[in-house]
Every structure is written in C-alpha cells, then in structure tokens.
Write a protein that binds this ligand. Structure first.
Ligand SMILES: Cc1cc2nc3c(=O)[nH]c(=O)nc-3n(C[C@H](O)[C@H](O)[C@H](O)COP(=O)(O)OP(=O)(O)OC[C@H]3O[C@@H](n4cnc5c(N)ncnc54)[C@H](O)[C@@H]3O)c2cc1C
Length: 603
C-alpha cells in the first residue's frame, strides 16, 4: 500500500526561506497579520486531513468508481467520499481563502495552494469535487450580479454546495466557438437552457445539497463562433430568492464516462432540458467570464500533477531503499545482504531525482504564482497589482503544461523504480500514472497551452511580459554572477536567459511569415520556457541553501542535511534535466516543413 507524508518542511522552505511570503504579506494590508506560525499551524492540520482522511480513500475510490442510477439520474461516488467531504466542510477548509464578506476566512491563496497540493497527492479524484467549486466561486465572485453573489457565494464558500464548469460538448472541446447549447430569454429575466454537455467533472453526486453548474451557451441572436457565447449559472435545484432550495432543475446526468484514471470523480454527460439559469456577466461575453474559472483551473491542474509527482516520489524512494537487487557497479554496498538496495544503481537514482527535482521546482513555481495572485488582488500599489497579474498570466500555461508533462515523466519514472511491481495494482504506482494522464489533456490540452504561451502571451505583446519576468531572473544573475559557489547554477541560467531572447525573436519572425511555424515550435518552446523558470527557482533555492550552510558553518553548527540535499538536487537538475533545452531549441528551430510537407507520409 502506498504511503503519503505531507511535505511540510519543503513547503515551509519555499514560503518562509526562499520567497519570504510573510514579508510580502506585510505590504498587503489584508494579509499583514498572517505570520509564520499561523501558516505552519494551518498547513499542519491540512496535511493531517489529506493524509488521514482522503488518502485512505484513494485506492478504494479508484477500484469502486462512481455509480449512476439511470432512473433517478443520481450519482453515488465511492464509499467514504461523502463523509470525507462533510469533514472537509465541517473543518472550514472550503472557506480557507474565500472572501470574508461571504463567510470565508480570507487567508492568502498561498495557503490554499499548499492545502490543494496535499489534497491532490492524497486523492486527486476526490479533490476535484471541492476544486471545481473553487473555480465556480471565483467566476461568480468576479462576474456575478449582486443577487447571484448573495445566493451562491456563501454556499460555495462554506462548501455546502459545489460547482462545475460546463463547456465541452460532443462536437466541441478545444474550439468552443462551435458550441450549440441554447439559452432562451424568459420574461422574468431568467433563461431556459437546452443542450448536451459531456465530460463534466464532478457533474453529479450526492456529496453536497446543491450543485451550481456554470454553463456556456448561445443566445438565439448570438453571433457565430466564440463571440456569441454567454455564461449561465444553472443550479441542480432551483434556488428561491431567500436562498432556499426548491424544485429539481432540468439539468441532469445522462451517463458517466468509463475512463483511464480519476475513477472516483464523476465525469458526467449532462443533459440540459429546459433548465432554468441566470446570466453571469454580459451577453456574448461568456468566455471572458469563464476565463476567470479556466485560469484558476489551469493553475489547479498543474497543482494536481505536482501532488501526484510528490506522492509517487515518496513511494519510489522508500521502495528503492528497501528492494534489494543486484550489486552496485562500484562494489558491494550492503555486505550483510545477498544484494544491494536498488537505490545504489545510477539510473534508479536518476529516476528518483527526476521526480524530486520536478516536485520541488514545481512547488516553488506554484507557490510563487499564488503569491502573485495575492498581490494582484490585494496589493495597495496599482503597479504591483498590474505587474503581478501580467506575470501570473504568462506563467499560467507553464504551470499547466510543464508541471503536468513533468508529472507524466515523474510518475512513470517512479513506477519504473518498482520494476514489474509498479505495473501491479496493489502498489498504487500505476494509479498515479493513470490519474496524472488527464492533467495533460483537460483545461486546454498542453498543445493549446503552448500556443497560448508563445502565440498570445509572448509574441502577442512583443515579448513585453517575458522581458518583465526576464528582469526578475536578471536581478538574481546580477546578484550572484560573481559568486563562485553559485556559478554552476547561475551560468547555465544566464546562458539560457540570453538565448531565450534570440530564440523568441527568431520564432516570431518565422511565425510572421508562416503561422504554422509557431504551431510547429510552440510545444518545444513551452518546455524551454518551463526550464528557464525552473532554472530560476532552482538557482534561488540553491542560493538559500548555500547561505544556510555558510551560516551554520560560521556558528560551528552541524550542517542541516535538508540544505545539502537541496543543493544536491539543484546540481542534479542543472546537470541532467535542464540541458534538454538545447535539444528542444534545435527541434523548435527545425521548423514546420518536416511536419507540413508530409501529405504522402500521412496519406
Ligand atoms: C476526465 C475528463 C474530465 C473533463 N472535465 C471537464 C469539465 O469539467 N468541464 C468541461 O467543460 N470539460 C471537461 N473535459 C473536457 C476537456 O477539457 C476536453 O477534452 C479538452 O479540452 C480537449 O477537447 P476535446 O476532447 O474535444 O479534443 P479536441 O478539441 O477534439 O482536440 C483533439 C486534439 O487536437 C488538438 N488540437 C485541437 N485544436 C488544435 C489547434 N488549434 N492546434 C493544435 N492542436 C489542436 C488537441 O490538442 C488534441 O490533441 C474533461 C475531459 C475529460 C476526459
């Protein structure tokens, strides 16, 4: 059976030692009182909840899956999910970072980020029920009318009701401009919705008293394509003006998908049959309103893979220390045993360190992004708010795609550490691989993320935001450029940062002449950008570790192995993972011809 131990020490390292979040909070009046002890105490309890309540349901949830009663259209999630959710609501976890005006605790997003990383490690399928509610909360908070906010936000905040996002239809996934669900205006100001949605996560279940579906649909006179899409709040049970739950609405589950992973989450086909809804935001501006939810969800999906990378790593590490097989190439290590533990073998170490480097780099990036969100929303200085918002927008496709691709690499590597046993269900490793696989697909496939990054976020503004983040990296390079101990981290980072400008300009120029050049290079480009960002965070973490080691030495204290371990992982990252950027730049530069002039090959 797999194990999970919340990585609190590493979270504290990133928050308190690397990013110094409480210093940043001091400049934000809303969070000025949030101190280190509060953060640590909250996360300790969050870790207990994840490890003790939802983690034990991970394998059973996968085996049991969700059941649909076709006569009542009710869905029953796996045993224990409902009770765990009740405990989650009771513990106030749903309200952690929500607005106090609607009953939230108003704590920084950074805490929610760490809570969710642990929940995802423990049980991604379960975590998607509250996770999607959080996105619905944010979309309604940003674009809802006063009445919608009053009706829905307190219930979503407490977790008494959950939320979903209903975009996909059978014929339209990536291209939402094709969607057909119709919304007819009614004399009382409401709308009647008719259509079919598919693949709706947490679309139907009995864990909460009501479900607020955020549905994209078209008004009768809407322009074609993505300019004619509006957003509607459509509750499972109609809600009276006083907030009381009323009759069953015409939105129900017509079927459940049988799928590769996340079996405990209900992936529902939702039928809208004259369902009553209210519009969120302006007519035909639904995509903009939904983007609030989609951006939150994109960061959330990256976090799902971060969680899985961490839990897969922990289990592979424990197994590699225990499993004995063959002798070390450089001589016997465990003389008292008939063979050495597999952790002595270089390639096993490489697999373990790959997952560790991707988990810890991902954690630093994810926490940094949520710190930016806290600043974007609550910092008193308008320029800080604006810059933070721009940088988080730039980093969002990287979090979504780089972390989920790395999750794929890492969960597979960790499964490989188990040899044939990794392929066998009882060890839990193959479930991590299966559960992670969807993260590369939903919320905009990773290809779409790469087009968003290169096409919109980088070339779309002539690299202005990239330059802004480049300045953040440049400051670290300037600060440490002459520090010999940092050279092994700073030199490759500085080299890539310098290359990146040329590389981007070159792709922009080629893309201007032939847009397929952007499509051909985008996926490689995102991975290069991902390493640039990870390189920055690994250099920053190495800097902190070196300083701590030096401080201990100067005081005659023993070195804390946490810091030497961090340094060793940074060295591994720069030596073994970061250099793939050279190949990626080369393949990106190879252009579109070898892809597009292949009609005979693909005939
Ligand atoms: C388990 C699960 C849960 C989901 N949860 C939800 C949910 O809660 N709500 C919801 O609304 N949807 C949900 N989805 C749907 C999901 O977001 C879509 O499956 C995804 O966006 C891709 O759409 P599609 O499946 O129609 O693929 P398509 O859009 O048909 O894409 C097929 C392939 O073509 C590629 N492609 C398409 N256009 C381009 C382009 N312009 N350039 C390059 N490549 C392109 C894609 O990257 C992909 O590889 C879920 C899906 C699954 C499987």
């Amino acid at each position: 059976m797999p194990q999970y131990s919340p990585p609190l020490r590493d979270m504290q390292f990133v928050m308190h030692e690397v990013l110094k979040v409480t210093d940043e909070f001091k400049a934000i009046p809303k969070h000025a009182d949030v101190d280190v002890d509060t953060i640590n105490a909250v996360l300790e309890e969050a870790g207990k909840f994840a490890a003790e309540v939802t983690f034990p349901l991970n394998i059973s949830g996968d085996e049991e899956g969700c059941k649909l009663d076709k006569t009542t259209h009710e869905v029953t999630p796996p045993k224990g999910f409902k009770e765990a959710y009740a405990q989650y609501v009771e513990g106030g976890w749903a309200a952690l970072s929500c607005d106090p005006e609607y009953g939230g605790q108003g704590l920084p997003f950074v805490l929610n980020q760490c809570l969710y990383e642990m929940l995802n490690s423990a049980n991604q399928a379960w975590t998607m029920y509250p996770g999607l509610s959080h996105g619905a909360y944010e979309a309604l908070h940003a674009h809802g009318t006063d009445e919608q906010k009053k009706l829905y936000l307190p219930k979503l905040t407490s977790g008494e009701w959950t939320g979903t996002m209903c975009l996909t239809e059978p014929h339209c996934g990536t291209d939402l401009g094709l969607l057909r669900t119709k919304a007819e205006p009614q004399p009382d100001g409401t709308y009647r919705l008719t259509g079919n949605k598919i693949f709706i996560s947490a679309g139907e279940h009995d864990m909460a008293a009501n479900i607020v579906h955020l549905v994209l649909a078209r008004l009768p006179d809407a322009p074609q394509g993505s300019k004619g899409i509006s957003l509607f709040a459509v509750p499972k049970f109609n809600v009276g003006k006083d907030g009381a739950i009323g009759s069953r609405n015409g939105i129900y589950c017509g079927g459940l998908e049988h799928k590769m992973g996340i079996h405990g989450n209900a992936t529902a086909q939702m039928v809208l049959d004259d369902a009553v809804g209210t519009m969120v935001g302006a007519p035909n501006k639904g995509l903009a309103a939904m983007f609030v939810m989609m951006n939150a969800a994109r960061l959330g999906v990256g976090n799902q893979s971060l969680g899985l990378t961490e839990v897969a790593y922990q289990n592979a590490l424990a197994y590699a220390k225990d499993r004995i097989q063959m002798r070390s190439l450089s001589g016997v290590k465990a003389k008292d045993k008939p063979a050495d533990p597999i952790i002595v073998h270089p390639d096993v170490r490489k697999m373990l360190l790959t997952a560790k480097a991707y988990a810890e780099g991902g954690r630093a990036l994810a926490i940094y992004c949520t710190l930016l969100l806290d600043k974007e929303l609550h910092h008193p200085d308008e320029k800080v708010r604006k810059d933070s918002g721009e940088i988080v927008a730039l980093l969002t496709p990287i979090v979504k795609a780089f972390l989920t691709d790395n999750g794929h690499i890492s969960t597979n590597a960790c499964m490989q550490v188990f040899g044939g046993h990794g392929f066998i269900k009882e060890w839990g490793m193959e479930q991590f691989v299966r559960d992670n696989r969807i993260n590369m697909i939903y919320e905009g496939t990773n290809t779409i993320q790469s087009l968003d990054l290169l096409g919109r976020k980088v070339l779309g503004n002539n690299g202005a935001t990239l330059k802004k983040f480049g300045k953040v990296i440049g400051a670290l390079i300037a600060e440490e450029g002459v520090n010999e101990k940092m050279a092994e981290f700073i030199n490759p980072l500085a080299y890539l940062a310098d290359q990146m400008t040329k590389f981007t300009t070159e792709l922009g120029f080629k893309g201007f002449q032939n847009p397929d050049e952007v499509g051909a290079a985008a996926v490689d480009y995102l991975r290069v950008a991902g390493h640039l960002v990870f390189g920055y965070f690994w250099a920053l973490m190495a800097q902190t570790a070196l300083r701590e080691i030096a401080a201990a030495e100067s005081q005659g204290k023993p070195t804390d192995k946490f810091y030497t371990g961090k340094l060793q992982t940074a060295r591994f990252y720069f030596a073994k993972l970061f250099p793939e950027t050279a190949t990626l730049m080369r393949t990106a530069r190879a252009g579109s011809k070898s892809l597009m002039e292949t009609d005979d090959a693909l005939a």
